[in-house]
Design a protein around this ligand. Sequence first.
Ligand code: NAD
Length: 505
Amino acid sequence: MQDRPTKLKEYKTYIDGKWCDAASGKKFQTFDPYTGEPWALIPECDKADVDRACEAAWRAFDKGQWPAMTQTARGKVLRRIAALIEQHAEHLAQIEVRDNGKLISEMAAQTKYMPEWFYYYSGLADKIQGAVVPVDRPDHFNYILREPVGVCAFITPWNSPLMLTSWKLAPALAAGCTVVIKPSEFTSASLLEFMELVIDKAGIPPGVVNVVTGYGAVTGEPLVTHPRVAKVAFTGGTATGARVNELAARTFKKVSLELGGKSPNIVFDDCILDDAVSGAVSGIFAATGQTCIAGSRLLLQESIHDRFVEKLVAMAKTARLGDPSKPETQVGPVTTPPQYQKVLSYIDIAKGEGAKCVLGGGPATKDEGGGKYFVKPTIFTGVDNKMRIAQEEVFGPVLSIIKFRDEEHAIEIANDIAYGLAAGVWTQSVKRAHTMAARLRAGTVWVNTYRAVSMTMPFGGYKASGLGRENGAEAIDAYLQSKSVWINNGPGGGNPFIMKTASSS
Ligand code: NAD
């Protein structure tokens, strides 16, 4: 990775088990955020390709081997996927870094952990079971079947492309669904490599997993409105999620949404200070703040505010900016030019609102380790929770510090926001830990840790942070539907003009 080839790499997309170009023959470039240079060419799919992919996924679902395969056999395929990811994890991480500029240490940790999703859901594949249910009608035998929902459309963002795809793909395949995936136009290459190195080799029948690369409006919209699609699983910004939800609702698709956040990271004066300082840095400067769960609002108890800020600034100042493909780098570039502009504009907004910039506050120069789209780790104190810098997602290395008096005040500030994805709490009091966990309106609460994830723990948002949950045993339910079966073993007849209830004959 460190010797970056200059020739553009040309990718094909993967539909119905075959490698192909977009029907239009168009391609678009993908860029290395560290250098700002294009490095690959990706097929620009449009409605015609979406049609091809959805029809292939439908055939594979309706007539193909995948849903007809035994659950045990499907589980085995998922285990093969896991083993193939293990073989190629390092390479896949390098491709992600090339496309999204996140640190190799972070992306390698993600791709090495990804197999666990496929092992976990392979274990659940043969535990999908219905039930025999008693009803209050003699001679009836009733049961519930659990069936796959059908063709699923996945739309994913650029910040953790393969990991977020795995969160959807593993339970969907275990359930017996077929899928069409549209990755972000900024980071398509890692998914195409994943298709070649993993899916194509895992013994999955053609049409079960398809990819349409391209832009939101041109590729994403035909996908979320396609009549063959039964379920849409989307991860991305809240505004895009609202649009996807509206479009999908017109044809009554099932929808799950993993959206943005503005998570409070709350530090009480009874915390272990050094741990909390490190947790605050991890919450906002890891991944250059480009993570939905960023602890971008740091709530500090008044009594420790000044001491904490001093330590935090000292630690954040030492962050090494630089080439994300080098393991020693700690803060990389912002991934896309529009995102870079957005982060800088929020820094101006915060200054205009009267917040005090105590670290960073603008682009990082080459001398400071910066490359093309670098923003210095930035910290604002004196932030009021009503300010835009406190209420809106920046998705960059910009921290807002807000003071609070006591537990009640912390909860009030933490919950006074449209989002509800995650929250952090730093305290040594067990009672306070449980009280906060119960009262914070967020899908995940971390106490004395931050940014921990596991395939066994449900993940998702309250309020504008999303609909539904990924991960954990419950995530498989999003890819299944129940069918109630009534078998009458008794006599027929009875009054045909009234509903058959317990009291009617
Ligand atoms: P985005 O909303 O701009 O794009 C996400 C995906 O949606 C991309 O593939 C894009 O092409 C597609 N898209 C855009 N417009 C569309 C349309 N009209 N119809 C269908 N698809 C469309 O988000 P992004 O900038 O790629 O990612 C950053 C956002 O994602 C942040 O808000 C972040 O918080 C959120 N995110 C959430 C989670 C989570 O699990 N909650 C995880 C990662 C990122």
